[in-house]
Write a protein that binds this ligand. Structure first.
Ligand code: MN
Length: 254
């Protein structure tokens, strides 16, 4: 049976990373590409409900055909699975993202959200990102994507769990292996650049600096720093179960 793989991303259907991913896994099965028509980085799990979601079939360099969607990564996966594909895919891969999605970035990431949406729909899903914003080594990340895709097509994933993959930006022979990690604690230190339009109005442009917090041992950050491909199982039950007893002890009454 020929496996079906759905590819999406948040850098847009014309991004180099999605082409690298497509080329790396194309012979593993029947590949469909449904991705935002333009960059949607850091849109998180947003979906489009107040506007129409336009789609267009596109061709990239005579290589792949896909649907460019005027929407978010989560829209792309919902639309693909609900209406664009004949049958649900066996695997969803989101990426390859330009820039890491480690630590708190997971919350903001459109790349991860495409995989989250796939997981909500009950389909094994992974997000994959390269740990660089400049001079990304797509070949390494592509080989890692391929290796993991083969594994996931065989094994699947536990329910309600997606695989968040971050690949060090190194040549393949300098990758030390796979590390199973937890999401590192971190936050962004906001830097709002204040600027003035030619008409004299003020605007702000958000930039930020990721600050790592707490113990780095066992985290995605540490794996990347040491040259390992980081594999983090991610769930979306945001309940702090450990805090339930304390909250119940409040014994609130009206
Ligand atoms: Mn992105």
């Amino acid at each position: 049976m020929r496996m079906r793989i759905l590819i999406s991303n948040d850098d847009g259907i014309y991004a180099p990373g999605i082409m690298a991913l497509y080329q790396a896994v194309r012979d593993l099965g029947e590949i469909s590409v449904v991705a935002p028509h333009a960059e949607q980085s850091a849109v998180g799990h947003a979906i489009t409900i107040s506007d129409p979601i336009k789609i267009k079939t596109i061709q990239r360099e005579g290589d792949f055909e896909g649907y460019a969607v005027v929407g978010t990564p989560a829209d792309c996966v919902k639309l693909a699975v609900s209406v664009l594909l004949d049958k649900p895919p066996d695997l969803i891969i989101s990426g390859i993202n330009l820039g890491p999605n480690a630590g708190i970035s997971v919350i903001y990431s459109g790349t991860v959200s495409a995989a989250t949406e796939g997981t909500i729909l009950g389909i094994p899903s992974m997000a994959i990102s390269v740990d660089a914003f400049t001079n990304p080594l797509w070949d390494t990340a592509g080989q890692v994507a391929r290796r993991l895709a083969q594994e996931l097509l065989q094994r699947g994933l536990p329910p309600d769990t997606l695989l968040n993959v971050n690949v060090p930006n190194r040549p393949m022979d300098q990758i030390r292996g796979f590390a199973v990690t937890r999401m590192g604690r971190s936050r962004f230190a906001e830097i709002f650049h204040r600027r003035i339009t030619p008409r004299g109005d003020t605007y702000y442009w958000l930039d930020g600096e990721l600050q790592m917090l707490g113990d780095l041992k066992g985290t995605d950050f540490q794996a990347l720093a040491e040259g390992y491909v980081s594999l983090t199982p991610i769930g979306f039950d945001l309940t702090r179960h450990a805090c339930l007893p304390e909250l119940k002890q409040w014994n609130l009454a009206l």
